[in-house]
Design a protein around this ligand. Structure first.
Ligand code: ZN
Ligand code: ZN
Length: 296
């Protein structure tokens, strides 16, 4: 019976103003609860700055909270062009994203602290990096103020915040244009930063008692069997089969491969904000495939 039970009570992938999300942690918690989510993870990019506020907000909303983070890693495998074409992806990824979870029940405060110590230098490298990006912008004749960019971020500052400032100052009209002209990889203001390999990130997550799940694999342009095999060998616990951007045939193929290799699966809306017409929650997944430490 359990084997076939699906649940839409989980949303294990979302962002707040602590990274590139549009809403505060409190608002994200409210929107999750309003969408019927009962088990929510906040997974801001490379920062855990929102965890305390999220735990409090979840309690107020009467929903469960799982401390999470989305770690920016080096790509694990090269892109296969035919696979990009197959799923209509036109932009080759420059990083892979690894979701990490540190459930309250199975991970101690000490373990969370040790993970924070590993993560922090990665997130901090974003501050000086933004300084250099703004200096580059100024050199290119764009009158951008560092403080104005920093003020747009609650936690870790990144390219989306600079994009917003470029729009505010009238240099570009859309975020897409900001990335195409200035911020995308290989463009004048892009500065490469240190990223761990998937293997190193998995190791750090496991050493702190956490669970690792590969986020939105469809973005990486790698055939399903190959990417699942890679995850298995890299020690990744789960794969985010149920990501908002995955079409049904892809979810199905991925789930079959994940089950075949004895891995588990997670689900996530990757909610960034209402103004980009996204919605939280409503991400059904088969309960039997969820890592047991994430089950309520
Ligand atoms: Zn991501
Ligand atoms: Zn995300």
């Amino acid at each position: 019976m359990m084997k076939h039970m699906w649940s839409d009570l989980y949303d294990l992938h979302s962002h707040s103003t602590n990274s590139d999300g549009e809403h505060s942690v409190e608002t994200v918690a409210q929107l999750m609860a309003a969408s019927g989510v009962m088990h929510w993870s906040l997974t801001d990019h490379d920062t855990i700055a929102g965890w305390d506020a999220a735990a409090e907000a979840a309690q107020r909303e009467g929903i469960g909270f799982i401390p999470g983070v989305e770690i920016t890693c080096e790509p694990g495998l090269p892109v296969v062009p035919s696979e990009m074409e197959l799923w209509d992806r036109d932009r080759a990824p420059t990083s892979w994203h690894l979701l990490a979870y540190f459930p309250i029940g199975s991970v101690t405060d000490d373990q969370r602290a040790s993970f924070k110590a590993w993560l922090e230098p990665l997130g901090e490298s974003r501050g000086p990096r933004m300084e250099r990006m703004v200096a580059l912008a100024n050199e290119h004749g764009l009158a951008i103020d560092l403080d104005a960019v920093m003020a747009r971020a609650d936690g870790s500052v990144g390219r989306p915040h600079l994009a917003a400032e470029l729009i505010a100052q009238g240099y570009v009209e859309t975020k897409q244009e900001a990335f195409d002209l200035w911020l995308g990889d290989g463009r004048p203001l892009a500065i490469v930063r240190n990223k761990p390999s998937i293997q190193d990130a998995v190791k750090a997550v496991h050493e702190s008692g956490g669970i690792a799940s590969l986020a939105h694999p469809i973005y990486y342009g790698v055939p399903v069997q190959t990417i699942v095999q890679f995850c298995k060998e890299a020690g990744v616990d789960a794969i985010e089969c149920f990501h908002r951007s995955h079409p049904d045939p892809y979810r199905h193929e991925l789930l079959m491969a994940v089950q075949h290799h004895g891995l588990t699966s997670t689900c996530g809306s990757d909610f960034h904000g209402l103004s980009s017409l996204q919605e939280p929650g409503n991400m059904p997944l088969p309960l039997a495939d969820l890592p047991s430490a994430l089950k309520a």
